[in-house]
Design a protein around this ligand. Structure first.
Ligand code: E4P
Length: 218
């Protein structure tokens, strides 16, 4: 499963990239609003750090506006992926972009029917939001399972990009189900490598090593 970071913050992206496990970046208008930089400039800076896919979202609601924005965004760098909402206008936009060879990430997916239609329109990625479903007492991970089954039934190549991940269990479950990508905030990426027994083990080895060195000096 590929690992993307879900942020528009350059320091976080650089940090995650330095861990050697980062495959790409997803952003959204809310994440960009925290950065106080002109979004086109911010996308360019992000693409200079990460060579894998970088999702940049359109904000128009109609297909014509989405396409105009998408064409501008696609010129920033060859690794820009156009993030489009799961709406009828999003479908039309996806069809056009896919015909021109521009990659798309269909965002705000909350149902298997949306996932099937965006795949038919040629989406490169679909982003089901698991955390936001959990927030309304609906099991977000069931959606990932449903989409996996449906896509496998028909040999659909659209990649399932699990979004709105809030904790390590979401990440592990996404991998168990066979999602293609998980996009994860930095705080959760760091938790993925944390284990109290690792910390206790390191301390014990280091204490025993010190004891050995001290005993040899005497
Ligand atoms: C995905 O691309 C979105 O940016 C993101 O995962 C949304 O997460 P949230 O529900 O925690 O805002």
């Amino acid at each position: 499963m590929k690992l993307f970071i879900d942020t528009a913050n350059l320091d976080e992206i650089k940090k995650a990239n330095s861990y050697g496990v980062l495959d790409g970046v997803t952003t959204n208008p809310t994440l960009l609003s925290k950065e106080k930089e002109e979004p086109m400039v911010q996308f360019k800076k992000i693409c200079e750090i990460v060579k894998g896919p970088v999702s940049a979202e359109v904000t128009s609601l109609d297909a014509e506006g989405m396409l105009a924005e998408a064409k501008e965004l696609a010129q920033i760098s060859s690794n820009i992926v156009i993030k489009v909402p799961c709406t009828i206008d999003g479908l039309k936009t996806t069809k056009e972009l896919s015909a021109s060879g521009i990659k798309t990430n269909l965002t705000l997916c909350f149902s298997p029917s949306q996932a099937l239609l965006v795949a038919k329109a040629g989406a490169t990625y679909v982003s089901p939001f698991v955390g936001r479903l959990d927030d309304i007492s609906t099991e977000g991970m069931n959606l990932i399972e449903d989409i996996r089954v449906i896509y496998d039934n028909y040999g659909i190549e659209t990649q399932i990009l699990v979004a709105s991940i809030r904790h390590p269990l979401h990440f592990v479950e996404a991998a168990r189900i066979g999602a293609d990508v998980a996009t994860v905030p930095l705080s959760v990426i760091e938790k993925l490598m944390k284990h109290p027994l690792t910390d206790i083990g390191i301390k014990r080895f280091s204490d025993d090593w010190e004891k050995l060195k001290t005993s040899l000096v005497k």
